[in-house]
Design a protein around this ligand. Structure first.
Ligand code: OAD
Length: 247
């Protein structure tokens, strides 16, 4: 406990002193909102087969089935609300001169909590992309259509969720921006990610190489833990509000 308090204090000082802060979040940050993580106990990839539901091949084979999976997740997230971890990050943004929030999450909960400067590396559950005319559109309706898969209201083409699937590259512009931000930050918070999925998992290394102070918040250790200056072990929804508490 005492060691934890000491670590918390070091992290508080680092955050207070640095003008450029980057945050990298993963599924764990939304756990207390009731959104399941992917790996670990009760993880989505324990219950569902990623290869059959989250690849371009799966979508080609059976778009309706893939959409059912995304409809299930869209419905779940629509009922969820941001938790104290999301809220704390929005508060932090308001305090820090240069702040960027990089997320692997597709749930949109950071924006709903009030975060502004967000880079969504893996897309968003509430945006569609038309395979016919390429138009991107937000859609918060659940269900998204009477019949799945939904089709484009402009050209009648097939719509897909605008998320990144296994085997697909990340949107280049967003990833470049994220790398740039990571490479010039002074402190980075790495929250609720297993650190197993690249290229996102490479961002803390970029920050570290640039001399940033690295803080990990996660109840478990991860492959990123050894490079962290401070590891705060616990759920993000309780650790983050304490980290921002003054003094
Ligand atoms: P994972 O499910 O791989 O990891 C979730 C992490 O959150 C684990 O390290 C947990 O220990 C931690 N965790 C659990 N509860 C927590 C809590 N209350 N507070 C803080 N941390 C907690 O999720 P990601 O690392 O986000 O990609 O997964 C990365 C990518 O893999 C996802 O974006 C998704 C997935 O396949 C795509 O779909 C492209």
């Amino acid at each position: 406990m005492e060691r934890n308090l000491e670590e918390l204090k070091r992290a508080k000082i680092a955050l207070r002193e640095q003008a450029r802060v980057v945050v990298l979040t993963g599924a764990g940050v939304s756990k207390e909102s009731g959104v399941p993580t992917f790996r670990g106990k009760n993880g989505l990839w324990k219950e569902f087969r990623a290869q059959e539901l989250a690849t371009p091949e799966a979508f080609k084979r059976n778009p309706a089935l893939v959409w059912e999976f995304y409809e299930f997740r869209r419905a779940l997230v629509s009922r969820a609300v941001p938790n104290p971890a999301h809220v704390a990050l929005a508060t932090l943004e308001a305090r820090v001169p240069r702040f960027c929030l990089i997320t692997q999450n597709v749930d949109g909960l950071h924006a709903r909590a009030g975060s502004k400067n967000i880079l969504e590396l893996h897309g968003n559950l509430f945006r569609t992309r038309c395979l016919g005319c390429g138009v991107l559109e937000e859609s918060f309706a659940v269900p998204i259509a009477q019949k799945l898969p939904p089709s484009c209201q402009h050209c009648g083409g097939l719509l897909r969720p605008d998320v990144v699937w296994f085997g697909e590259p990340l949107p280049a512009g967003v990833m470049n921006q994220a790398s740039e931000e990571a490479g010039k930050c002074e402190a980075m918070l790495v929250i609720g990610t297993s650190g197993l999925v690249f290229p996102a998992a490479g961002l803390p290394g970029l920050a570290k190489d640039a001399g940033a102070f690295l803080i990990e918040i996660n109840p478990e250790s991860t492959p990123l833990s050894p490079m962290a200056d401070v590891c705060l072990r616990g759920p993000a929804a309780s650790v983050l509000p304490r980290l921002l508490q003054e003094p």
